[in-house]
Ligand binder design. Sequence first.
Ligand code: AMP
Ligand code: ZN
Length: 111
Amino acid sequence: MSSDCLFCKIVNREIPSEFLFEDDAYVVFKDIHPAAPVHLLLVPKKHIRSINDLTAADSSILSGLFMVARDMAKEQGINESGYKLLFNVEKGGGQEIFHIHLHLIGGWKKK
Ligand code: AMP
Ligand code: ZN
């Protein structure tokens, strides 16, 4: 827990947010500024600043995060049409919230 971290506050329900999924290690909620019809944020409950700060002990958090992504994509009905998974890393990589999270983005209309 980092006291000035927005996503820690969301994880701890200090800031209200509607979770699409929660277990003991992760929460999932909609991005407030969606970049696509489906834009979810998959957030480990553990406060880790960015991909740069991962340690070997965090490897199960990361692998589990991809399992959550797989399941959420299916639940959102975009697993077959396809989607993007994105980590922004540090300011130059577009990261704005310094609590690790995976963007799940998809749902574009078929052409
Ligand atoms: P990043 O740029 O990778 O750090 O992504 C942060 C994302 O969090 C952005 O896409 C924001 O739109 C989103 N965001 C910021 N505040 C909130 C919030 N209160 N609830 C949901 N999403 C948020
Ligand atoms: Zn945090």
